[in-house]
Design a protein. Structure first.
Length: 503
């Protein structure tokens, strides 16, 4: 006879606050970086491709290692892995803060991604253990998502403040005190749970999963950048081959790194797809929008951050009500409704132009965030609840892998589309007297174009600035329109899957 599940007590709820620390930190790290991009780009003379790598290599590396780290946490204990990752994240943050070149910063961001891969599956796996009762777990996950949303609030504000007082490297130092607090409190409040029957770490599966994600993503990145199709095609094919080998190996193992049976469950697969596409669109939109506020609307970093506050505050308020919504509506209803709202908000952004552009952008981001929150909470709750406690790390790692892949690809694909439209719109606007390096940098991003216009004489500089801002506005409209279509299609797909499942 099954033992009754124990309700969480004070220690577990205090432990939830501890688990919220790395979650908020990862959000702070990315959202603050977006505001630093124009300054960073000018200071390090980063090219357009380097700028994209600085942003998305973090997600690529994290996505490649999440499944391996989730499985490792199941075997050695998620608390131990979480604390080790905190130390590594702090060290990589120091390297990023004092990076002397774009290449070193890309390396530091890759190391941050590797450390982040230890943090995310560990937090959700520990939540699964600490809150076995579904009602309490829904509330805990709601607050977990709230911490991520709060990180998005604190990131732009904290990043804007430090950018007003110091250089761009200071945004990476924000995580040091957060990691220190986690290291101090974690050993006392978090359980040392692990799967004692999980077997030894499977290094072959780890290499296959990491290789599949990295090679596949590299091919997609090269393809989205408009490079020759042969190399991207080979990379994509290679990634698929490695992924197929990984799946075959998991089916043969007694203790697989990834439980493939979960993917056959539509209640698990539909939320997984929904959260991936939501993160994809939200990440790409945020990447483009942060540069639009500063480059086109000429807002300083701190003011740009404050105009992003209303959307994140709305997300926090909605997250706090998550338990009430979860009791009243089925997960499929929350997923579909959230996707429709998010698609509407992204569609509003396509109308941002002229004197009312700022008001339209603020309204659109609020609606977008209101839609994102129910998607994140309901999908996370469904995925975490579907996994047994001893395999929670692997299941949540799969969710985080898809989420981080969506994050990285959103920046890469939508960012590359935006850059391509911007580059086409700027064609012929840069005077022939400009040095080739400066001209190429201006074609790569709005921040460099604004810098070049400021250095250009009188009417020539004003004309270049107007052309660059109009080109970036057109690029914003195209990328957000694509995002709105993706979210609307996801809503239709989730609703159709749920109807077939009920039928």
């Amino acid at each position: 006879m099954d033992q009754p599940k124990r309700a969480a007590g004070r220690r577990e709820w205090a432990g939830l606050a501890v688990l919220a620390l790395p979650t908020a930190l990862l959000a702070i790290n990315n959202s603050a970086l977006h505001l630093a991009l124009p300054t960073l780009s000018a200071d390090l003379a980063a090219t357009g491709p380097q700028l994209l790598w600085i942003v998305d290599v973090y997600g690529f590396v994290m996505a490649a290692l999440l499944i391996s780290m989730g499985s490792l946490g199941d075997r050695i204990g998620h608390r131990r892995l979480l604390l080790a990752g905190a130390v590594a994240f702090g060290a990589a943050s120091l390297l990023a803060a004092f990076a002397p070149s774009a290449e070193v910063l890309v390396l530091a961001r890759a190391l941050l991604g590797a450390a982040g891969a230890t943090l995310m599956p560990a937090t959700l796996a520990l939540l699964r253990v600490m809150f076995p009762l579904p009602v309490q777990r829904t509330v805990a996950i709601g607050w977990w998502v709230t911490s991520f949303t709060a990180g998005n609030v604190l990131g732009p504000v904290a990043g804007g403040l430090v950018l007003d007082l110091a250089d761009w490297g200071s945004v990476f130092l924000l995580g040091i005190p957060v990691m220190a607090l986690l290291l101090i409190t974690g050993p006392f409040l978090l359980p040392a749970h692990r799967d004692r029957a999980g077997g030894r770490p499977d290094f072959a599966s780890a290499l296959l999963s990491a290789g599949a994600v990295l090679v596949l993503v590299h091919g997609l990145k090269e393809l989205s950048a408009g490079n020759a199709q042969l190399v991207p095609g080979i990379a994509i094919a290679g990634g698929l081959v490695l992924g197929h080998a990984f799946i075959r190996r998991q089916r043969r193992l007694t203790h697989p790194m990834l439980d493939l049976g979960l993917l056959a469950d539509r209640a698990f697969a539909a939320p997984l797809i929904a959260v991936t596409l939501t993160v994809f669109t939200n990440a790409g939109t945020t990447f483009v929008l942060a540069q639009h506020l500063q480059g086109v609307l000429a807002l300083p970093p701190l003011e740009a951050a404050f105009w992003l506050l209303p959307s994140t505050v709305a997300g926090i308020a909605l997250s706090a009500c998550s338990a009430t919504f979860a009791r009243r509506f089925r997960p499929s209803v929350l997923l579909t409704t959230g996707l429709v709202i998010a698609a509407t908000g992204t569609g509003v952004l396509t109308q941002a132009d002229g004197p009312a552009a700022l008001a339209v952008l603020v309204t659109g981001t609020i609606v977008l965030r209101v839609g994102v929150v129910p998607v994140m909470i309901s999908s996370t709750d469904a995925i975490v609840g579907a996994a047994p406690p001893e395999r929670a790390g692997s299941a949540t790692a799969l969710q985080e892998t898809c989420g981080e892949l969506g994050l990285a690809l959103g920046v890469t694909v939508l960012g590359s589309i935006c850059t391509a439209v911007y580059r086409a719109g700027l064609s012929g606007a840069i005077p022939g007297s400009v040095a080739p390096e400066a001209a190429e940098a201006a074609r790569g991003g709005i921040g460099a174009a604004v810098e070049l216009a400021a250095r250009s004489p009188g009417e020539q500089g004003a004309e270049l600035l107007d052309q660059a801002r109009q080109a970036w506005t057109d690029a914003l409209h195209v990328s957000t329109a694509i995002g709105a279509v993706i979210l609307a299609a996801a809503a239709v797909g989730v609703w159709s899957v749920q109807r077939r499942r009920v039928g």
